[in-house]
Design a protein around this ligand. Structure first.
Ligand SMILES: *[C@@H]1O[C@H](CO)[C@@H](O)[C@H](O)[C@H]1NC(C)=O
Ligand SMILES: *[C@@H]1O[C@H](CO)[C@@H](O)[C@H](O)[C@H]1NC(C)=O
Ligand SMILES: *[C@@H]1O[C@H](CO)[C@@H](O)[C@H](O)[C@H]1NC(C)=O
Ligand SMILES: *[C@@H]1O[C@H](CO)[C@@H](O)[C@H](O)[C@H]1NC(C)=O
Ligand SMILES: *[C@@H]1O[C@H](CO)[C@@H](O)[C@H](O)[C@H]1NC(C)=O
Ligand SMILES: *[C@@H]1O[C@H](CO)[C@@H](O)[C@H](O)[C@H]1NC(C)=O
Length: 664
C-alpha cells in the first residue's frame, strides 16, 4: 500500500501545450507485497444454486463454463460451498450428510456435483467449505453447536473425508460457523481432529464474521493462532483493522459483494476486487453468491455473478460481474504476488499490479464513481472520480517490458451503452512508460499475459414463466440428485424416497426427512415447507397424494399463493390445506396455522395415502379429499399471489406423490 504518485509535466501534444498527468511507478525494487490467493464465488448460504442443477444441456454446461472455465469467463479460482445443515440459510435449506446421528450419505444436494464440475474445468480450483447450520442432534437439542465440540468437529471432518472418499475432492479450507460466534476450544479441537484424520493439509478460516473479536483472540492465544491459517471477514467494506494486520495471518474477504447484478453491481464488484487489497491487504475475495439460481421472489434476488433462475426455459444471463471478474482472474493466478506499488488514483479510482515473479506483470485499474453508491458496503474515501490522464512507469524487473495486452470494460451510465471485457490493440511501451486517458466507470487490465479470451455461446432461449401445467410423480429421477426439480425447500428437507415394500403405485415418492429442529442459522418455521412454481400465480389447482408417518399428531399440507421464503419463512402466508393423522382437516391463511379459514373432520390417518386437491380462484378457495369436496368457498383476501407448496405440520416424516399444478 504505497501512494507513490507524484505530479509531473509531460509534453504530449505537438503544439507544445503542456498537459498535467500523474505518474504512478510500478516496481518490485523494494520487494513484493502479499501473495494473491484468488477470486471466488459462494454456492450456498443457502440454496443459491438450487435451480442450476435442473438446467438441460447444453445450457447447464455453458453456465458452468462462464463461471469456471479458465480463459473463458469469470475463470473463478475459488469455489466456496455450504456444508448443508438441514436448515434455512438465506434462500433455502441444504441437506446435511448426516440428518441423524447414525446416518451418513455423501450424495445429497448439489454441492458435490458443483465442486466436481468446477474442478473438471479448473483442476487447480481452491475448494472451501463452511457450515451455516447443523442437524439438531449435533446441538443435542440446543441451538448451539459448541457444547459438544468433539461431536461438531467430527461431523464437519466427516464431510471433508466424504468429499475425498466419494468424490475425490480435496477440500483446502474449512470454516467455523457462518456469521455466528466461534468458540476457541472448538477451533482447536477442529484442528486436532483434522490432523488426526490425516487432513493436515486442510486449513482453517476464522471466523467468517467481523475482523474482531477473532483477530484479538489470535493475538492473545498462541495455540488458537497455530490452529487458524486465514482470517476471513465478511463485507469488510475494503478495510481491515490493526489487530488483523498484527496477526500476520492471511486476510480474506471470505464473503463480499451481495449486490443486485446489474451494471451497478458489476461496478461495485470492480471496486471491491481492487480495493480489498489496496485498503485492507485482503488477498482473496469471494462473492455471495456464485450464481443467482434461486426463485427471483426469494430474498436477495440476483445477487450472483450471473443469473440462471429458469431451468424450465433454459434462459440465463451473463451479467457484468462475470466480465469484471475476468479482468483479474484471466491474468493473475493464485501464487502471484501483489506489488507494493498499488494505490488510489489522484482523481479517484484505484490500481493494483501483480507479478508471477518470472517477469509477468498484470495491472488492473478501476475508476468507479459514486453512481455505485448502491454497493452493499461502499468504501468511503476516494469515492468521487473524474476523468484523468494517468501515466504508469514500469521499473525494477518490469523496466524492459515492451508490450502490454489491453482489456477494457466501460459502464458508460450516461450513454447507456456499456461494453465489457473488450480486447484493445496492445500497447507499445516507450522506456517502460504508458499513459492512459481514463474516463469514469472504466476497468482496464494491462498485462504481459497473452492467454485472455472472451468466451461466448449462442444466445440461450428466451425467458419464459414457469409452466402453467406442471406434474411430477417422482418416478423419473436424475440419480445424481436427491431432490426433485424446482422444489425449493424453505424449512425441512424433501428428498427422493423409495419404498421397496410398496406394491405400487407409491414406490417412488418425495419424503420430508428432518425430524428434529436443526441448530438453525435464522428462524426456521416450526413446520416444514417446500415451494415451487411461479410467484405470480393467482388462480390455480394444486393436487398431491400425501402419506403421514407420524401417528396421532402428524399433519401435512398442500398450499397455493405462498408468499414468503428465506429468512421470512416463519411469516409465510398463503392458502394452506392441512390434513392430520387424528382425522381432521384445517384451512389456514398462514404457514403457522393461526388464521383459520375452515376446519372439520376428514377421516385422514397416518400410514395411508390420501389425495388432496386445493383450488383457489379470485377470493374463493375450495378443497377436495380423495376426489370428494371436503370444503368450499372459503374467502381468501391476501396474499394475492404466490408459489405452490407442500409441507408438514412439524419436523416429522411424511411423503408426497403425484404432485400437479394447473394454473390459469
Ligand atoms: C494448475 O497449476 C499448475 C501449477 O501452478 C500449472 O502448471 C497448471 O497449468 C495449472 N492448470 C490449469 C488447468 O490451470
Ligand atoms: C464527493 O462529492 C460530494 C458532492 O458531489 C461531496 O459532498 C463529498 O464530500 C465528496 N466526497 C469526497 C470523499 O470527496
Ligand atoms: C488528457 O490528455 C488529452 C490530450 O492527450 C487531453 O485532450 C485531455 O483533456 C486530457 N484529459 C484530462 C482529464 O486531463
Ligand atoms: C508470462 O506468462 C506467459 C503465459 O501467459 C508465459 O508464456 C511467459 O513465459 C511468462 N513470462 C513473461 C516474461 O512473459
Ligand atoms: C412402505 O410400503 C408398505 C406397503 O405399502 C407400507 O406398509 C409401509 O408403511 C411403507 N413405508 C414407508 C416408510 O412408506
Ligand atoms: C383470477 O380469477 C379472478 C376471479 O375469476 C379474476 O378476477 C382474476 O382476473 C384472475 N386472475 C388472473 C391473473 O387470471
Amino acid at each position: 500500500m504505497n501512494f507513490r504518485w507524484s505530479l509531473v509535466l509531460l509534453l504530449v501534444s505537438p503544439c507544445l501545450q503542456p498537459v498535467a498527468s500523474l505518474l504512478y511507478v510500478l516496481t518490485d525494487s523494494d520487494g513484493l507485497g502479499r501473495v494473491f490467493d484468488g477470486v471466488g464465488g459462494l454456492s450456498g448460504g443457502g440454496a443459491t444454486s438450487r435451480l442450476l442443477v435442473n438446467y438441460q444441456e447444453p445450457y447447464r454446461s455453458q453456465i458452468l463454463d462462464y463461471l469456471f472455465k479458465p480463459n473463458f469467463g469469470a475463470s473463478l479460482q475459488i469455489l466456496k460451498v455450504e456444508i448443508g445443515g438441514d436448515a434455512q440459510s438465506t434462500d433455502g435449506t441444504e441437506p446435511s450428510h448426516m440428518h441423524y446421528e447414525d446416518d451418513e450419505n455423501y450424495f445429497r444436494g448439489y454441492e458435490w456435483w458443483l465442486m466436481k464440475e468446477a474442478k473438471k474445468r479448473n483442476p487447480n480450483i481452491t475448494l472451501i467449505a463452511l457450515p451455516w447450520a447443523f442437524p439438531g442432534w449435533v446441538g443435542n437439542g440446543k441451538n448451539w453447536p459448541y457444547d459438544f465440540p468433539d461431536i461438531t468437529a467430527s461431523y464437519v471432518v466427516k464431510w471433508i473425508l466424504g468429499a475425498k472418499q466419494y468424490h475425490d475432492l480435496d477440500i483446502h479450507y474449512v470454516g467455523i460457523w457462518n456469521e455466528r460466534n466461534y468458540d476457541s476450544t472448538y477451533i482447536k479441537l477442529l484442528r486436532y481432529t483434522l490432523d488426526k484424520s490425516g487432513l493436515e493439509g486442510v486449513r482453517i478460516v476464522a471466523s467468517d464474521n467481523q475482523w474482531e473479536p477473532v483477530a484479538l483472540s489470535l493475538l492473545l492465544d498462541p495455540e488458537l493462532s497455530r490452529a487458524v491459517d486465514v482470517i476471513g471477514a465478511h463485507y469488510p467494506g475494503t478495510t481491515t483493522v490493526l489487530d488483523a494486520l498484527k496477526t500476520q495471518k492471511r486476510l480474506w474477504s471470505s464473503e463480499d459483494y451481495s449486490t443486485f447484478n446489474d451494471d451497478i453491481g458489476g461496478g461495485c464488484w470492480a471496486r471491491i476486487l481492487n480495493q480489498n487489497y489496496i485498503n485492507g491487504l485482503m488477498t482473496a475475495t469471494i462473492s455471495w453468491n456464485l450464481v443467482a439460481s434461486y426463485y427471483d421472489a426469494l430474498p436477495f434476488s440476483r445477487d450472483g455473478l450471473m443469473t440462471a433462475e429458469e431451468p424450465w426455459s433454459g434462459h440465463y444471463v451473463v451479467d457484468s460481474p462475470i466480465w469484471i471478474t475476468a479482468h483479474t482472474t484471466q491474468f493473475v493466478q493464485p501464487g502471484w504476488s501483489y506489488l507494493q506499488t498499488v494505490g488510489h488514483l489522484a482523481a479517484g479510482g484505484s490500481y493494483v499490479a501483480l507479478t508471477d515473479g518470472q517477469g509477468n506483470l498484470t495491472v488492473i485499474i478501476e475508476t468507479m464513481t459514486h453512481d455505485h453508491s448502491e454497493c452493499i458496503r461502499p468504501p468511503l474515501p476516494h469515492f468521487n472520480v473524474t476523468a484523468q490522464n494517468s501515466t504508469f512507469q514500469l521499473d525494477g524487473s518490469f523496466a524492459s517490458i515492451k508490450k502490454l495486452q489491453v482489456w477494457r470494460s466501460q459502464f458508460n451510465f450516461q450513454t447507456q451503452k456499456p461494453s465489457f471485457f473488450h480486447r484493445l490493440a496492445p500497447l507499445r511501451l516507450l522506456d517502460g512508460s504508458f499513459t492512459l486517458s481514463l474516463a469514469e466507470d472504466e476497468v482496464y487490465t494491462l498485462t504481459t499475459v497473452t492467454t485472455g479470451q472472451k468466451g461466448s455461446y449462442p444466445s440461450p432461449p428466451p425467458s419464459q414463466p414457469f409452466p402453467k401445467n406442471y406434474k411430477d410423480d417422482f418416478n423419473v429421477r436424475n440419480p445424481a440428485f436427491s431432490e426433485a426439480p424446482n422444489f425449493a425447500d424453505q424449512t425441512g428437507v424433501f428428498e427422493y424416497f423409495i419404498n421397496m415394500s410398496d406394491p405400487g403405485p407409491h414406490v417412488f415418492t418425495l419424503r420430508q426427512v428432518v425430524t428434529q429442529r436443526p441448530v438453525t442459522w435464522v428462524a426456521d418455521a416450526d413446520q416444514t415447507i417446500s415451494v415451487i412454481g411461479d410467484y405470480n400465480w393467482e388462480n390455480l389447482t394444486v393436487t398431491c397424494d400425501v402419506f403421514m408417518e407420524r401417528r396421532n399428531t402428524g399433519g401435512v399440507f398442500i398450499a397455493a399463493r405462498v408468499n414468503k421464503g428465506g429468512q421470512a419463512v416463519r411469516n409465510t402466508q398463503g392458502v394452506f390445506f392441512w390434513v392430520f393423522a387424528d382425522g381432521t382437516y384445517k384451512v389456514s391463511n398462514d404457514l403457522a396455522g393461526q388464521t383459520i379459514l375452515a376446519e372439520g373432520k376428514s377421516g385422514t390417518r397416518a400410514y395411508g395415502w390420501h389425495t388432496l386437491s386445493l383450488t383457489v380462484k379470485g377470493q374463493l378457495a375450495s378443497g377436495q379429499l380423495n376426489g370428494y369436496q371436503l370444503w368450499k368457498n372459503s374467502v381468501v383476501l391476501t396474499p394475492p399471489s404466490g408459489w405452490a407448496a407442500i409441507g408438514t405440520h412439524s419436523f416429522e416424516l411424511a411423503q408426497f406423490d403425484n404432485f400437479a399444478v394447473a394454473a390459469e
